[in-house]
Design a protein around this ligand. Structure first.
Ligand code: GUN
Length: 300
């Protein structure tokens, strides 16, 4: 059997970024608002700093306004809630992203609840979680949905066309990826199974999957013999492991070399799902600005 066709998430994300930039220019050209994205970072975690900086930079590249709020690690919950209230009230801001994880002394659920659902470009507010959880099959996504899951389904639709009737198995039940990706796949008429650390005979369930989405956060957890020949495998994992030369490299949650011999389609790590997350954040910010202007949803 031929090796799996690699899904080039980087190339797809570049195309999406271009379409978002064109959408921004179109909106502004029609007298609409210049989309504005606010990022909020509490503390100085190096990885989070890199992520937040790249989000702000990309927003500007695509013609949006970027507002970065960096707060010290000691910021109290009350102080953070006051910043969010300020961003909620600012008409120049269409999207608010509070970088997670937050320091332990802050109640994340309370903070996410405080974000205006219309500006919740992460799709983490309970209102938006509820909207996704009750969406009709095929209905328009006219509210923000979590970025990584949205990117996963965009890549799958691009690679496979219609997903209707596919058996989709999701490995991992996080609020960030597993649960929302399952909801999006259900909306696209897949038969969805969500699996997790307590699932019995996980390899056997995975072998039934036409679509296997893996977001468990464990290096090379899914092996080649867990995969149905010809399946589409989406690896959401980003694990940094040391190399023998004393450096480090990124690997996914799927044993890539093994999977490549069995799968029909496969995302690499890096260069698969990763670049889609930030591109979808820009997409959500554009859509939020269009809604403020009273414009209908457009797929870009
Ligand atoms: N931390 C890791 N992933 C994410 C994400 O998608 N959004 C936010 N806000 N924080 C994150």
């Amino acid at each position: 059997m031929a090796d799996a066709k690699l899904i080039d998430g980087k190339a797809f994300a570049m195309g999406l970024r271009e379409r978002v930039a064109a959408g921004v220019a179109d909106l502004v050209g029609k007298g609409g608002p210049k989309p504005g994205l606010a990022t909020v970072l509490v503390g100085a975690d190096p990885a989070s700093q890199v992520y937040v900086r790249s989000k702000g930079k990309l927003a500007v590249e695509l013609g949006m306004a970027s507002f970065d709020r960096k707060l010290p690690a000691e910021t109290t919950e009350q102080e953070l809630l006051a910043v969010i209230a300020e961003l909620n009230a600012d008409p120049a801001i269409n999207g608010i992203l509070v970088q997670l994880p937050l320091p332990k002394h802050i109640d994340t659920a309370k903070v996410l609840l405080a974000i205006d659902p219309a500006k919740d470009v992460d799709g983490f507010h309970p209102i938006n979680v509820g909207r996704l959880g009750s969406i009709a099959p095929g209905a328009v996504l006219d509210f923000p949905v979590p970025c990584t899951p949205l990117g996963v389904t965009m890549l799958l639709q691009d690679a496979l066309g219609s997903l209707a009737g596919c058996n989709a198995v999701v490995v991992g039940r996080s609020n960030l990826v597993g649960r929302p990706v399952a909801q999006l796949l259900l909306r696209l008429d897949c038969t969805v199974t969500i699996t997790h650390s307590r699932t019995r005979d996980l390899p056997a369930l995975c072998r039934q999957a036409d679509i296997l989405v893996v977001a468990i956060g464990k290096t090379e957890f899914v092996r080649g013999d867990w995969i149905k020949p010809g399946a589409a495998v989406i690896d959401v994992g980003i694990n940094r492991i040391p190399t023998t030369e004393g450096k480090s490299r990124l690997v996914g949650d799927v044993a890539f070399a093994e999977a490549q011999k069995v799968a029909g389609h496969l995302t690499p790590v890096p260069g698969g799902v990763g670049p889609m997350t930030v591109a979808c954040l820009m997409y959500n910010t554009l859509q939020a600005a269009r809604r403020v202007a009273g414009l209908p949803y457009v797929a870009v």
